[in-house]
Design a protein around this ligand. Structure first.
Ligand code: SF4
Ligand code: SF4
Length: 107
């Protein structure tokens, strides 16, 4: 199993989740974070830290977000680790209210 970052994180990237991860499993892209499934130890401590509730256990990922599970694995191989919280993206609060924003994901 692993935990998965889903659509709500896109263009928000608050990074509150990063500080609490005991194994530094988060990877950072231009406007999205993913979890490396090879590092995640399923501790769940990151879940309540995310202000937009973007993180799910793999088996709890909503049906319309399931493609984010392989996407996290794919992007985790390409992106670098992020281990410290940093300021959110400038328009994060506005993007946090947008529901359908997959096309905004930058690689
Ligand atoms: S706290 Fe949530 S929105 Fe922020 S980077 Fe982590 S998963 Fe993305
Ligand atoms: S579930 Fe635990 S190990 Fe996995 S990404 Fe979240 S904090 Fe890190």
């Amino acid at each position: 199993m692993t935990f998965v970052v889903t659509e709500a994180c896109i263009s928000c990237k608050y990074t509150d989740c990063v500080d609490v991860c005991p194994v530094d499993a988060f990877r950072e892209g231009p406007n999205f974070l993913v979890i490396d499934p090879n590092e995640c130890i399923d501790c769940a401590v990151c879940v309540p830290e995310c202000p937009v509730a973007a993180i799910y256990a793999e088996e709890d990922v909503p049906a319309d977000q399931r493609d984010f599970t392989p996407l996290n694995a794919e992007l985790a191989r390409q992106w670098k680790p992020i281990t410290r919280t940093k300021p959110a993206l400038p328009d994060a609060d506005a993007w946090s209210k947008v529901q359908d924003k997959r096309e905004e994901l930058k690689r």
